[in-house]
Ligand binder design. Structure first.
Ligand code: NAD
Length: 392
């Protein structure tokens, strides 16, 4: 029997809302405390989850009743808050992207190692059950070696309500840190080899909403394996069409609602930062909602092996072999994102080392940085050199 981990939740916004279903009534976790700059929201959350609301982050860290923290705060706070938690002896689950520079990630890994606490980076879509199934099939060698992965995702990311820093590239805004962190996690998880070079090009195409809204990147891995990654958040084509009109969060989607996100943003009466707040716990709509019919996903993913192509879908993996093709289904999720909590608790309790540990998050973030740097230089970048420069 695993003793539940007593968790303090920091940052009660949109990210928390997506993870909350995996935390509520999870026998492996007790929600013990909450802290947010919006004190009233923290109080309400604490009341509704029989937890304690803290006035400051330092108070939460000082409480012996908190064993671990889930940091769902803006990216630019992840490093400082992780390091403080480690120094206080708390395990850390930190949202993606791990931080906004390789330097910060190295400091986070070192602080958690020095304090002997667990660091897991997530949720991200590399945890999704269909991705794990594809990774297991590749690792089994049943269809020969993996050679190439094609990943693309076309979304409306740029027109959802945003905090100003979410569009400020100098503060980790735009799609490269926020969204490439998912796509890189997915392809790394499936290929299972080190990335040796990244050639990226970013796109900043809407003068009324200046930010990196798109990228395309070629990642090469050891043994000559390659992955091409394309992402656009400009709300034109919707690649959910390619996965049976299932949304990123695993719900059925109505293609007739074309253009909704743009028009809602344009018609919004309140300022954008307030609209963003309304996507978090502050919305007063705390129903964790209808459970998704499918697993979460991050767009179209096709994995080419010697003897088969594997299409990763929200319901399982479709295998296109030499002579036949067939679908390997997965049982639908009971709740989204429970894989993340399983991995974190197993690691914190010393049962199983996490896949998405600090080193893993650091390497993914180094690939994100390499996309930006490669775009500036017009040449490929080895993400390992970015890490080695900091580690010395
Ligand atoms: N894994 C996912 O699918 C996913 C989805 C959404 C967001 N996220 C991640 O979650 C993180 C937060 O993004 P979001 O969209 O939830 O933002 P948000 O603005 O909705 O929520 C952030 C929350 O943090 C609070 N906050 C700000 N500064 C704070 C501080 N110093 N101490 C405590 N609380 C503070 C804010 O009041 C707010 O409630 C980001 O890193 C983002 O990438 C992940």
């Amino acid at each position: 029997m695993v003793e539940p981990v007593k968790l303090g939740i920091v940052g009660l916004g949109r990210g928390l809302m997506l993870t909350l279903p995996a935390l509520v009534d999870n026998p492996w976790v007790t929600i013990s405390g909450a802290y947010d700059l919006q004190v009233d929201v923290a109080k309400l959350f604490a009341f509704e989850h029989s937890a304690r609301a803290f006035e400051t982050y330092e108070d939460l860290l000082a409480d012996p009743g908190i064993e671990a923290v889930y940091l769902a705060t803006p990216h630019q706070l992840h490093a400082e808050q992780t390091i403080a938690a480690a120094r206080a002896g708390k395990h850390v689950l930190v949202e993606k992207p791990m931080a906004i520079s390789v330097e910060e990630c190295v400091a986070m890994v070192e602080a958690c190692a020095a304090a002997n606490v667990t660091l897991v980076v997530g949720p991200s879509h590399g945890f999704d059950a269909p991705v794990q199934l594809a990774a297991d099939i590749v690792a089994s060698g049943r269809f020969g070696s993996v050679r190439m992965v094609t990943a693309l995702n076309f979304t409306d990311f740029m027109y959802r309500p945003r905090r100003p820093e979410e569009l400020d590239v100098s503060k980790g805004g735009g799609v490269v840190y926020s969204q490439a962190a998912h796509q890189i996690d997915v392809v790394r998880r499936i290929i299972g080899k080190p990335v040796v070079s990244v050639h990226g090009i970013t796109g900043n195409w809407d003068a009324s909403r200046r930010s990196d809204g798109a990228y395309t990147a070629l990642l090469t891995f050891s043994d000559g394996v390659a992955a091409s990654l394309t992402y656009s958040g400009y709300a034109h084509y919707d690649s959910d069409e390619l996965v049976g009109w299932i949304s990123e969060l695993g719900h059925k989607k109505d293609p007739a609602r074309y253009g909704d996100t743009r028009s809602k943003l344009a018609a919004q009466a309140q300022d954008e930062a307030s609209a963003k707040q309304q996507r978090g716990y502050a919305s007063r709509n705390h129903d964790i909602g209808e459970m998704p019919s499918h697993h979460e996903h991050f767009g179209f993913i096709l994995v080419s092996c010697d003897k088969a192509d594997l299409k990763v879908l929200p319901g399982g993996v479709h295998i296109y072999g030499d002579k036949a093709n067939f679908f390997a289904p997965l049982i639908p999720p009971v709740r989204p994102r429970v894989e993340v909590i399983d991995e974190f608790v197993s690691a914190a309790r010393g049962h199983r080392p996490p896949h998405h540990d600090g080193e893993w998050g650091l390497e993914t973030l180094a690939c994100c940085s390499a996309i930006l740097l490669s775009n500036q230089r017009g040449a490929p970048v080895n993400p390992r050199t970015l890490i080695d420069q900091i580690k010395g």
